[in-house]
Design a protein around this ligand. Structure first.
Ligand SMILES: [Zn+2]
Length: 238
């Protein structure tokens, strides 16, 4: 075979192969990041946070505290107006009260669920324990988990803790670096990542960190989503 013919055949094979899509788009391969903000609504921080989420076009989840829901109605209404999802985070957020017994914890979260239903027509069963489900005051075991499930609660801890509650004065770059480090170290193969953040009155740097966090995960192929009753739970059982 003449050299020119060989070249033509090889070239044709190359053209055919390169026209075959290498990877079909598969919905199941989508990857999601869930931004979650605990301890609101607060008067000053939450509305500012909501503006930034809107500017960046980011959906989020707010695990709200009942006493603050009662106090800060404008901020609460704004969370709802902006279509973020709402989760339960007790009425008192007081370890001595909410963790007094299984029953007191269930009572506080049921009361908050009813409040959201009656006042805002929101049905939410997603629940985050203050300090996590394995906190030092009350550790969730199988018995407690069954009780919570029987009350139709769904439990959400987190993968990445930005530590912004403990260290609200960390710079936005430091908060981003925490996300990067934890992702790289533990969650590189995760198709779902839940990030813990806060909307306390002193969490201004959390708001400023959002753009960098968004860019980092978008670059890695993630989309952002809110948690809801259909999301897969995340917790450890003692
Ligand atoms: Zn909290």
């Amino acid at each position: 075979m003449k050299l020119i013919n060989k070249f033509f055949i090889l070239f044709s094979i190359f053209v055919i192969l390169s026209s075959i899509p290498t990877k079909a788009i598969d919905e199941t391969q989508k990857k999601y990041v869930y931004l979650t903000f605990d301890d609101g609504p607060t008067k000053g921080n939450t509305p500012k946070l909501l503006d930034e989420l809107e500017r960046l076009n980011l959906p989020a989840t707010f695990f709200v505290v009942g006493n603050l829901v009662k106090e800060n109605t404008e901020a609460m209404k704004k969370i709802i107006d902006k279509n973020h999802s709402i989760g339960l985070h007790t009425i008192s957020h007081n370890k001595n009260k909410c963790y007094e017994s299984h029953e007191s914890f269930i009572r506080e979260n049921s009361e908050l669920r009813n409040l959201l239903k009656e006042k805002y027509n929101i049905e939410s069963n997603i629940l985050r324990f203050p300090f996590g489900s394995q906190n030092s005051y009350l550790k969730m075991d199988k018995v407690f988990l069954d009780k919570l499930h029987n009350n139709n609660f769904k439990i959400f801890d987190w993968h990445i803790d930005t530590t912004d509650a403990l260290n609200p004065h960390k710079t936005p770059q430091e908060l981003l670096n925490i996300c990067k480090r934890q992702y790289e170290k533990f969650y590189k193969n995760n198709s779902n990542i839940i990030i813990l953040m806060h909307t306390n009155s002193n969490n201004n740097n959390t708001i400023k960190a959002l753009e960098g966090i968004k860019n980092y995960f978008v670059e890695l192929g993630y989309e952002f989503k809110s948690l809801d009753d259909n999301s897969k739970e995340l917790y450890n059982v003692k």
